[in-house]
Design a protein around this ligand. Sequence first.
Ligand SMILES: NC(=O)c1ccc[n+]([C@@H]2O[C@H](COP(=O)([O-])OP(=O)(O)OC[C@H]3O[C@@H](n4cnc5c(N)ncnc54)[C@H](OP(=O)(O)O)[C@@H]3O)[C@@H](O)[C@H]2O)c1
Length: 317
Amino acid sequence: MAAITLKRTAQKMPAIGFGLWKVTKSSCADTVYNAIKSGYRLLDGAGDYGNEKEAGEGLNRAIKDGLVKREEIFVTSKLWNTFHAHDHVKALARKQLDLWGIDYFDLFLVHFPIALKYVEPGHRYPPEWFGDDGKVYLQNTPFSETWGAMEELVDEGLVKNIGVSNTQGVLLLDILRYARYEPAVNQVELHPYLTQEPLIKLCKTLGIAITAYSSLGPQSYVELGGDKGAKNLLEHNVVTSIAQKNSKSTAQVLLRWAVQQGLAVIPKSNNHHRLVANLQVSDFTLPETDMKALSALNINLRLNDPSDMDPRLAIFA
Ligand SMILES: NC(=O)c1ccc[n+]([C@@H]2O[C@H](COP(=O)([O-])OP(=O)(O)OC[C@H]3O[C@@H](n4cnc5c(N)ncnc54)[C@H](OP(=O)(O)O)[C@@H]3O)[C@@H](O)[C@H]2O)c1
């Protein structure tokens, strides 16, 4: 499988992984086990997804059954917004590793560059965006404090690589001014409706790998009522005609479009057939005209924008 070599450690990050957001908790262990059995070698989790224990059960069962060794699976997790203070970063990384039942993450990302008021995990976990009264509470933790604690996780051997998510150029450049360990990865929303060429160019220049999320576009947000009325990319006539021409599904075309730009993808599916098909995007190449036609669908549509909840969270403004 195609892989991206991460700059500091030279570790190979598989270009196609399995995304765990909204993977049903009750079937998550089996889904992860079957994803590994089907050939996935990267799992993309997060504290916020509420299924880390179950994902870990699936992973550990696959290891116990001899399907893979731990070192053959690249496990990504993410630090939630309420844990940005130095001591909370460390406590949560340990808690998350305990939930997974593993002793290191291959990659640990700061989920959003947004610090929210601490929520005691015993009170509510995952804490999500809102306080008990349904309001958003910010916390004055500078990103440099959070990043320093992330670096200490590397020093302590709890994580191999560290990175960011939902992060734009201005913050990336600032992190580089003080980082002992530069961010290895920036995981961002990226699909033909949000092509982000300037960010791709910056990250490639800096040697920061990009993982594209929500590669299939609005589809993931339909069940949340958050597709913003956008036309389904999986049924868009430009995408369907390219899919027919290349004898592939529209999902495979959208994933290939990202991988062919040198980006990693992490499609999610609760359906076994779709999960298997999403992995099969390495055996064809889209002609340049098709790549350009897909990129021309860009309308700068950002589906995952925290400022839709509260204007103080406008990290993409
Ligand atoms: N860092 C962040 O802030 C962030 C934000 C969002 C997502 N992510 C990560 O990125 C991963 C992927 O993003 P995502 O889950 O938003 O979206 P996605 O993988 O682009 O799309 C998932 C949606 O498409 C459907 N689907 C999957 N494969 C399909 C196929 N072959 N044909 C038709 N429909 C298909 C799924 O339904 P079924 O399950 O029914 O197949 C689901 O509704 C997440 O799971 C998560 O790990 C990270």
